[in-house]
Write a protein that binds this ligand. Structure first.
Ligand SMILES: [Zn+2]
Ligand SMILES: [Zn+2]
Length: 129
């Protein structure tokens, strides 16, 4: 059976692409359920999986599985306290010349940036008081 992008599915995809963080299916569901009344978590999950198969969004493997809706190449920052992963506004670039100078042919690279997000910093402060 052919998968058709219905209006409802289009809306799910659009909502997903607007996000600059990476929700789990549950988080995404609670965000959009008011806009899509009558749609259950299972349907949302199935559609996200399908979008991922079609290459429209990406899945970030881990526990729990998160979804990436931002189609632009970008870097991530991860909160070491709550595990939240957000998009960085600027892309990190690598000094490729320096790598070439070492004689390497560059294939791929990943950058991991960790920090503590604002809500977690606030949480820490209230605990200290
Ligand atoms: Zn945090
Ligand atoms: Zn992202």
């Amino acid at each position: 059976m052919q998968y058709r992008i219905t209006k409802q599915r289009q809306l799910i995809l659009e909502e997903m692409r607007k996000l600059h963080f990476h929700p789990t299916a549950e988080e995404f569901y609670s965000l959009i359920k008011r806009k899509l009344p009558g749609m259950g978590l299972c349907t949302i999950y199935r559609n996200l999986e399908k979008f991922q198969e079609l290459g429209l969004i990406e899945k970030i493997q881990g526990v729990p599985i998160r979804f990436e809706g931002n189609p632009q190449p970008h870097n991530h920052i991860k909160c070491v306290k709550c595990g939240k992963v957000e998009d960085l506004p600027a892309r990190i670039t690598l000094d490729e010349k320096a790598i070439k100078a070492m004689g390497y042919q560059l294939h791929a690279y990943t950058v991991e940036i960790n920090g503590i997000c604002l809500p977690c910093q606030k949480n820490d402060k209230t605990k200290e008081e």
